[in-house]
Design a protein around this ligand. Structure first.
Ligand SMILES: [Zn+2]
Length: 286
C-alpha cells in the first residue's frame, strides 16, 4: 500500500436490471427477468482470488433469498458480508418504521445463510442524507458498526461529510462511516472510484486519481463485470446504454489497479482505524 493511503474494495450484490431506487422496474417483476448475478459476481470473486484479496460484499436481501448458495460461497471464501437493504428502497422514502423492519429482516436473513450477523451496512445509492439521519441510531441499535452510506461533502444538519473515514456519535455509541469519496476540487466533486464512472475513465486517469487521494472507496456491481448485460424495454434507453458501456474494461482496469495499489475490505480498515483519531459528528441533535 502507498504510504498513508487507504483504498477500500467493495461491491453491491444486486442484479443487472436494478437501477436507482428500484422504481424503474418494480421488485414484483424481478423474478421475470434473467438472473445474471451469480455468474457476474464470480468474475469479481475470481479476480480477488488471483490477487489473494478480500473485499466487502453489500448484499441485497432479495438476492440473498433467491441465491443463498452464492452468499454462502462469498462468505466461505473469507470475504465480508454487509447488508444493502432488502430491495433497494431508499431509507428516505421508507421512513423509520419500515427502515427498521427492513434492517432486521435482512440481518436475520444473512445471519441464517452465513452463520454470522453482519455489522456493516450500505444504504442504496449512498443515499443517507439530512432527511434520513434518523436511520443512524437505528443502525447502531441493531449492531451495525460500519456504515458506507453517505457521499463526501454532503451537508447533514450543518455538518459537512468528510472526504474520508469519520465517526457518528450518538450517546455512548459510535458508528464508523466510510463515505463515498469524491474529487476534492471546487465545483468538481466528481465520483471516479466505482461503477459507471470507473468504467468510463481511462486507466491512466484512474491511476492518477487513486494515487492522489489518501482515501478511495472503490465500489462495483456484478453487472460492471458482465460483458453481456441484456437490454430490456422496461428500462429507459439511457439505462440500457449505461448498463453496458465500458464493461469490457472493468476487469482489466481493476486488475491493473490491484497490481499497483493495496486494497482492503471495510472491516479490516475499521480495525486499523481504531488506532487513529478520526473526525466525529455528534448526531444526538439530528
Ligand atoms: Zn445498490
Amino acid at each position: 500500500m502507498s504510504a498513508g493511503n487507504l483504498n477500500l474494495l467493495s461491491i453491491d450484490i444486486e442484479d443487472w436490471y436494478l437501477s436507482y431506487d428500484s422504481s424503474q422496474i418494480t421488485p414484483a417483476k424481478w423474478h421475470l427477468l434473467e438472473s445474471r448475478v451469480t455468474q457476474s459476481t464470480r468474475i469479481f470473486l475470481k479476480l480477488l482470488a488471483e490477487h489473494q484479496l478480500k473485499a466487502t460484499f453489500f448484499v441485497l436481501g432479495w438476492i440473498a433469498e433467491q441465491h443463498p448458495e452464492l452468499i454462502r460461497e462469498i462468505s466461505e471464501a473469507g470475504h465480508e458480508i454487509g447488508y444493502h437493504s432488502y430491495n433497494h428502497a431508499l431509507p428516505v422514502n421508507q421512513g423509520p418504521v419500515e427502515f427498521e423492519a427492513d434492517l432486521i429482516r435482512g440481518l436475520d436473513l444473512l445471519e441464517n445463510i452465513t452463520g454470522k450477523r453482519p455489522v456493516q451496512y450500505r444504504a442504496p445509492m449512498f443515499s443517507l442524507c439530512n432527511e434520513s439521519s434518523w436511520a443512524l441510531p437505528l443502525l447502531m441499535k441493531h449492531g451495525i458498526e460500519i456504515s458506507s452510506s453517505y457521499k463526501a461533502f454532503q451537508r447533514v444538519n450543518g455538518h459537512k461529510i468528510p472526504n474520508g473515514p469519520f465517526y457518528f456519535i450518538h450517546g455512548n455509541n459510535r458508528l464508523l462511516e466510510l463515505p463515498l469519496n469524491r474529487l476534492n476540487l471546487p465545483a468538481l466533486n466528481w465520483v471516479y472510484s466505482g461503477s459507471g464512472y470507473f468504467r468510463l475513465l481511462p486507466i491512466g486517469v484512474l491511476k492518477s486519481l487513486f494515487s492522489q487521494s489518501r482515501y478511495n472507496m472503490a465500489y462495483f456491481h456484478p453487472r460492471d463485470f458482465d460483458l453481456s448485460v441484456p437490454t430490456t424495454k422496461q428500462l429507459p434507453a439511457y439505462r440500457n446504454f449505461m448498463n453496458r458501456v465500458g464493461n469490457a474494461s472493468t476487469s482489466p482496469k481493476l486488475n491493473k489497479l490491484l497490481n499497483e495499489f493495496g486494497f482492503i475490505p471495510l472491516g479490516q480498515a475499521a480495525v486499523q482505524l481504531r488506532q487513529q483519531t478520526l473526525p466525529e459528528i455528534i448526531i444526538d441533535s439530528l
